[in-house]
Ligand binder design. Structure first.
Ligand code: KIV
Length: 275
């Protein structure tokens, strides 16, 4: 059954945790969709995990559209959320609506995500008014890494915690249908989840959120540059890939691959006429 904005809202009401994973290509999205993940986020984290940048700031609208369209082609049931890259919405409400529209029209996602609280509420409101569902993203917002001075847990002081609660209320009020809480203390994330009526999706925000999201290369141990504290490795796909690639190299070198069963046949009559 197709997951929609309404499904996610109902999941919060039912206490049925929402599962979200990132994906950036057709095959991975298809596999996740078949296994039954509720939502696939084409995150701008692709800048780091797929393109090898040190942060997400260089990701372009073209990058996001290209990868979102690939994910959408591989997805039947999951709700596909396309991430709005740095400077595609901060510049003006007009830019935000145009770029959200491009992500939906050319990338074929069913919702967009953007980072920020009260400061981007005019953009959230305008995008929602253009009939494009919005997921907000507060707490640690990686596009603001330079303003934060690094990737740090947010909302730890009383003042910062109260501000985060206000940001969550503001994005709900602006019309976001869900909000990602990134790197927020677990007890604060639980309070936020109980305070607002839209689903919260946590990453490094404890199990009191209405759902969880992880970057798939992190949870499958494919991305090895660093491992954030909040990541659990559910499978060592990185090790399986290394083993498979090493086996391939070994067999090609030894001449044992390709074997008979991997080789196309031709009749000896034809071959004999070639000498
Ligand atoms: O870009 C991304 O993958 C994200 C998630 C980490 C929430 O924003």
């Amino acid at each position: 059954m197709k997951n929609t904005v309404a499904t996610l809202k109902q999941q919060k009401l039912d206490g049925d945790k929402i599962t979200m994973l990132t994906a950036y290509d057709y095959s991975t999205a298809k596999l996740m969709d078949e296994v039954g993940v509720n939502t696939i986020l084409v995150g701008d984290s692709l800048g780091m995990t797929m393109l090898g940048y040190e942060d997400t700031l260089s990701v372009t609208m073209e990058d996001m559209i290209h990868h979102t369209a690939a994910v959408a082609r591989g997805t039947k049931n999951a709700l596909v959320v396309g991430d709005m890259p740095f400077m595609s919405y901060q510049t003006s409400v007009y830019d935000a609506v145009v770029n959200a529209g491009r992500l939906m029209k050319e990338g074929r996602c069913q919702a967009v995500k953007l980072e920020g609280g009260a400061a981007v509420c005019p953009q959230i409101k305008a995008i929602v008014e253009a009939s494009i569902p919005v997921v907000a993203h507060i707490g640690l917002t990686p596009q603001s890494v330079n303003a934060f001075g690094g990737f740090k847990v947010q909302g730890k002081s009383e003042e910062a915690a109260k501000k985060l609660i206000e940001e969550a209320k503001a994005v709900e009020e602006a019309g976001a249908f869900a909000v990602v809480l990134e790197c927020v203390p677990g007890k604060l994330a639980k309070i936020i989840s109980e305070t607002i009526s839209i689903p919260t999706i946590g990453i490094g925000a404890g199990n009191g959120c209405d759902g969880q999201v992880l970057v798939y290369q992190d949870m499958l141990a494919i991305f090895s540059d660093f491992k954030p504290k909040f990541v659990k490795r559910f499978a060592d796909v990185g090790a399986a890939m290394r083993e498979g690639i090493a086996g391939y190299i070994e067999e090609v070198k030894a001449g044992t691959f390709p074997a008979e069963e991997h080789t196309f046949k031709i009749s000896d009559d034809v071959i004999n006429k070639l000498y």
